[in-house]
Design a protein around this ligand. Structure first.
Ligand SMILES: Nc1ncnc2c1ncn2[C@@H]1O[C@H](COP(=O)(O)OP(=O)(O)OP(=O)(O)O)[C@@H](O)[C@H]1O
Ligand SMILES: [Mg+2]
Length: 445
């Protein structure tokens, strides 16, 4: 590939990055694929091609910015653009400029508020918070210095891990969109060190170093596995192992639900257990702002007429009486059609340990499979992190990712034999256990 001023040889992925069209284009995954090189060159090509364009290139710290971009750009742009150290800007003869900046603290991003850049490059985007990303999207607009029309856009490079892991993964890897976000605006190009012949040839020990990393870090950094980074609470969760395409479940398999109710988010999971003991999560409800009665009705309406749900294990706080009505949440749900509610065993650390056993992959059949339609559970489970204060527990922030895993924890705890021994005592007065046979109904599968 030749431009009038630069002679460059991009690899296939870099070429794809150069040619991608979208509002947000991320180039990410494994280390060393040539992402920073591609970012630098792309921005220079844009500056040369489009007279008067304003471009901002950001990294988290000044040291990283200097090493990674200022020095290489100064070398590359001798005779092409003038560098102004005071403002950290490259000024091109055609009126274009590339400004380099950094955002050490979260609030540093505010200095770009009110400014306009047709193009923003975010290097190591996973080192930026979602708040910073959102603030920057507001500055990503036409600056008024260009004569031609131009669609503003952002380019991102990223590796798994870091404070921004979740939002980058959600938007570009999982592709789960909320509110006004549109799938077609987000492009993701997966990088691999094996794309970068230059690095493999010139610096073979780079690959050797990656191969020598501890397993989790290696999977994140060499294989670009977004479900696996240090700090992940369930590193054993693997999409290929723990999810499956939906299939028609045999009628005789016992089914039940697990519910984590909250007005901020209600998560209900439907599960079935195979005769060999494998739990299949086959449906999920994950919805905000459902009042109790509506949540109960939604769960009932999603349950098929011939599906025999044996019980709904639900967070015990549902049995607290509400000040306004004097009724408990469980009573309200029951009067709206959701019967068979039982208090979940909500011990956290024991519950997570049991869930870890379900996820354990010993080479044979794993004990937990999730239908691939249950997108929220599949997205949230690998995002859980260790809690900094109680290392055996997982962190309850960000709060919105905890609902689906908590429901799953109630589900696996309800399959512990001891749960059924306690069942008559923990059932509320509406729970329809009247005879030993009836109790067996909950146990015999
Ligand atoms: N097409 C290319 N032509 C020449 N050199 C290249 C090319 N692509 C990458 N390189 C060189 O390969 C090395 C690694 O590339 P780069 O730093 O861009 O990778 P990266 O994906 O950003 O790595 P990291 O994940 O560590 O940030 C650098 O020395 C870079 O200049
Ligand atoms: Mg880089």
């Amino acid at each position: 590939m030749k431009s009038e001023v630069l002679e460059i040889t991009p690899n296939k992925k870099q070429e794809e990055f150069f040619l991608s069209k979208g509002r947000y284009i991320a180039y990410g995954g494994a280390r060393g694929g040539g992402k920073s090189w591609a970012m630098r060159i792309k921005l220079v090509l844009l500056a040369i091609k489009h007279d008067g364009i304003s471009i901002l290139l950001l990294r988290r710290t000044l040291g990283e910015l200097r090493e990674n971009h200022i020095l290489p750009l100064r070398k590359l742009l001798v005779d092409i653009a003038e560098y102004k150290d005071s403002s950290k800007e490259f000024l091109f003869r055609n009126g274009s400029r590339i400004k380099l900046g950094y955002c050490d603290s979260e609030g540093d991003v505010l200095q770009y508020q009110g400014q306009a850049y047709e193009v923003i490059g975010l290097e190591e985007a996973t080192h930026f918070t979602y708040y910073q990303f959102l603030c920057l999207t507001e500055s990503n607009r036409v600056s008024g210095n260009m004569k031609e029309s131009f669609s503003p856009r952002m380019y991102l490079t990223c590796n798994p891990g870091g404070v921004g892991h979740d939002w980058v993964k959600r938007l570009f890897v999982d592709r789960c969109y909320e509110g006004n976000e549109k799938a077609e605006n987000y492009v993701f190009i997966r990088s691999s060190i094996f794309d970068n012949e230059f690095l493999l040839r010139e610096n073979p020990e780079y690959l050797e170093n990656l191969l020598a990393l501890p397993e989790l870090r290696r999977r994140a950094m060499l294989e670009g596995d977004w479900n696996c980074f240090e700090g992940a609470y369930f590193p054993e969760f693997k999409f290929d192992v723990h999810t499956c395409l939906p299939f028609s479940l045999p009628k005789e398999w016992g089914r039940f639900c697990a519910l984590d109710y909250g007005l901020d988010m209600t998560c209900c999971l439907w599960l079935a257990q195979s005769p060999s003991g494998v739990l299949y999560v086959y449906r999920e409800l994950h919805e905000k702002n459902l009042i109790l009665s509506d949540a109960a009705k939604r769960i009932c309406s999603l349950t098929g007429k011939d599906e025999r749900i044996r019980y709904v294990t639900a967070s015990p706080d549902l049995w607290n009486r509400r000040q306004d009505s004097g009724k408990s949440g469980a009573e309200i749900m029951r009067s709206n059609g959701l019967s068979k509610l039982v208090k979940a065993d909500n011990r956290r650390i024991v519950g997570w340990r049991v869930l870890r056993e379900y996820l354990h992959d010993g080479g044979g059949e794993v004990k937990l499979k999730i239908f691939q339609g249950c997108q929220n559970l599949i997205r949230c489970l690998p995002l859980l992190r260790f809690d900094e204060m109680t290392p055996e527990d997982c962190s309850s922030s960000p709060h919105d990712i905890t609902h689906a895993p908590e429901a799953l924890r109630y589900a696996v705890m309800s399959r512990q034999p001891s749960y059924f021994e306690k069942l008559p005592q923990i059932a509320d007065r509406f729970f329809p256990i009247r005879s030993r046979e009836n109790v067996r109904d909950y146990i015999d599968y």
